[in-house]
Ligand binder design. Structure first.
Ligand code: FES
Ligand SMILES: [Fe+2]
Length: 433
């Protein structure tokens, strides 16, 4: 348990602010054998894009484990422990083979399931290869992303299919992959912190999204069957624009379109992006995304279908001064320290989403520690998991006073969310995948 940092109440009193508590290890440490690491290993985790797998193996690090990923000549994808079980040479220097991968040092050959097929330097009578297996993880390819299951084999869930992956009129395309040098949790929490879209992305840095994001929204949060959403409501003329961004346990976020401005009425829009936040280790994190692109011209901007174009405010600037003058998510999150120290925070009313998310996470971690299946997407084959991320714009003229209008915005968003939870719009309208 982290010790409490002193609450500083003295002017010019930094001298009294010496104690730095430890990070919340239960929520932030993800290596093998840690409570959160075991929790995250109960879910399929993305590793890389399918089209990265060409003629050379790729070294990856996921949840603190060094691994190699490759596609052999048969087309089978392997995800193996990086170091050869013979004498430890890295398989990133291996030879991709008709079946599996061959270590460059003494030629041992490994199949994608870890079977050792050949130990060519050993006598023909050697049974070494039959008595050993190399570490391997099962993979699943979905729509251009390679996912791995790194948990106990006997608890492997079905690959989860979300209603947002099978939307009539939309294509799901692989987007970008990038890294932040900090802990995964502070990145994921950002999605449950809608106030930063007004400050960081609009007021501080100039409109990185649309100008309308600059109004500090009315906030509300609710749990869903698979995680939680925030409701950020803004008054735009005679409209109320309700933006709902979603965290799907444990580490998937679905983001509503950043090109929304609330000027035109429309029903539930669905997400622009489904993005996983995957710990590389405790101080480095991988983002990997699907983009949702409408097949109808003009609904999603053209640049969104171009994988080379990045969402604004996400990557580090080229120059330090530029990052100071126009900070984005990268600067805000990475600078919270390598691992943000919760014991030094002073959470306020706008942090209710962050608090709710941490509670859900802790609950999932403790369920796994107690030997139970954690909450989250369906673990059963053949089911589709409903999700709730969207923008909705409804015509509701302003109430007479600012205070009444705030109430009206919250009530409107609540009503919308209740109707979506009762009848998930994408699930009802979607086709099974
Ligand atoms: S170290 Fe890999 S075959 Fe010898
Ligand atoms: Fe952001």
């Amino acid at each position: 348990m982290a010790t409490r940092a002193p609450f500083l109440t003295t002017h010019f009193g930094a001298y009294y602010h010496r104690e730095v508590p430890q990070e919340d290890t239960e929520l932030t440490h993800t290596g093998p054998g840690t409570p959160c690491g075991e929790y995250l290993r109960r879910f399929w985790q993305p590793v890389c894009f399918t089209d990265e797998l060409r003629d050379l193996p790729i070294r990856v690090r996921i949840l603190g484990e060094d691994l190699v990923v490759f596609r052999d000549f048969r087309g089978a994808i392997g995800l193996l422990e990086l170091h050869c079980p013979h004498r430890g040479t890295s398989l990133e220097f291996g030879l991709i083979s008709p079946r599996g991968i061959r270590c460059c040092y003494h030629g041992w050959l490994f199949d994608v399931d870890g079977a050792i097929l050949e130990t060519p330097g050993e006598p023909a009578t050697s049974t070494l290869k039959d008595r050993l297996c190399h570490g391997a993880y099962p993979i699943h390819e979905h729509n251009g992303i390679v996912f791995a299951y790194m948990g106990p084999p006997e608890e492997q869930p079905a690959f989860p299919v979300y209603d947002s992956f099978n939307r009539p009129g939309y294509r799901l395309i692989p987007g970008r992959k990038y890294y932040y040098p900090c802990n995964w949790l502070q990145i994921l929490e950002n999605a449950m912190d809608p106030v930063h879209t007004a400050f960081l992305h609009t007021i501080v840095s100039g409109s990185q999204f649309t100008d309308e994001f600059g109004k500090v929204p009315e906030l509300d949060f609710t749990q869903t069957p698979v995680g939680m959403i925030y409701m950020a409501s803004r008054r735009v003329g005679d409209n109320i624009w309700a933006r709902m961004v979603e965290a799907v346990l444990p580490n998937l976020q679905q983001v509503a379109p950043i090109w929304e401005n609330g000027h035109h009425e429309h029903p539930f829009s669905g997400p622009m992006m489904s993005r996983w936040i995957v710990p590389v280790d405790d101080t480095n994190t991988l983002f990997i995304e699907f983009r949702h692109v409408s097949e109808t011209a003009g609904v999603t901007p053209e640049w969104w279908a171009n994988r080379d174009v990045m969402l604004p405010g996400q990557l580090a600037s080229d120059a330090y001064e530029a990052s100071q003058r126009q900070p984005g998510d990268y600067e805000a999150q990475v600078s919270q320290r390598a691992v943000a120290i919760h014991g030094l925070e002073h959470l306020g009313a706008t942090d209710r989403g962050v608090i709710m998310f941490r509670q859900q996470l802790r609950q999932g971690i403790r369920a796994v520690t107690a030997g139970k299946a954690p909450d989250g997407p369906s673990r059963v084959a053949g089911t589709i998991t409903a999700t709730y991320c969207n923008d909705t714009v409804v015509r509701v003229p302003p109430a007479p006073t600012a205070e009444d209008d705030q109430q009206l915005m919250r009530a409107t968003a609540r009503k919308l969310v209740e109707s979506y939870l009762a009848r998930p719009p994408l699930l009802v309208g979607g086709r099974p995948g």
